[in-house]
Design a protein around this ligand. Structure first.
Ligand SMILES: [Zn+2]
Ligand SMILES: [Zn+2]
Length: 172
């Protein structure tokens, strides 16, 4: 009996991803559904190791996608048509009545100022992100609110989105 058990291959625990790596990999997959041609961002809300909501950036449900050819759908150097991934994850939780307070949000990108404020008000306790975003005020606000903020130690750098491969435009 013991001999038989010994022959059963045991899971190689050292090869398993950490929970943060696991959920960040899923968040990267969520980002691939983004519909804005300028940037692909994913967000996943997790609590007690369970996924409660997901979001990616794109135009409102049922509406045509962004069309940024010739500078369309833009305002002040930003996409004017898409909702941010983090906001879409919060909205999904609201729409289905899922309590998310105390949860962790995984994002492929550091939240912007507006998303940071919404995440604070939604009671998100911790944010794990992968790519930096040049918004010191958003980071300062999250620190002030006591929201945990961790940059994911990505083993392999994230594949740059179509947007990030292009030279940055003014006001981006
Ligand atoms: Zn767009
Ligand atoms: Zn945002």
């Amino acid at each position: 009996m013991n001999e038989t058990l010994a022959q059963i291959p045991q899971p190689q625990t050292h090869d398993r991803p950490s929970w943060d790596e696991y959920f960040m990999a899923i968040t990267r997959a969520v980002a691939t559904r983004a519909t804005c041609s300028r940037r692909s961002v994913g967000a996943v809300i997790v609590k007690d190791k369970r996924i409660l909501a997901t979001g990616y950036n794109g135009a409102p449900i049922g509406m045509r996608h962004c069309d940024h050819t010739n500078g369309g759908d833009m305002r002040d150097g930003h996409c004017a048509r898409s909702t941010h991934a983090e906001q879409n994850a919060l909205v999904q939780a609201a729409r289905y009545g899922t309590p998310i307070a105390g949860g962790t949000m995984y994002c492929t990108d550091h939240p912007c100022l507006t998303c940071a404020k919404l995440l604070i008000n939604a009671g998100i306790a911790r944010i794990v992100y992968e790519s930096a975003y040049p918004d010191e005020l958003a980071a300062a606000l999250l620190r002030e609110a006591g929201t945990g903020l961790d940059r994911s130690p990505a083993e392999t750098p994230r594949e740059p989105s179509a947007m990030q491969r292009r030279p940055a435009e003014a006001g981006e």
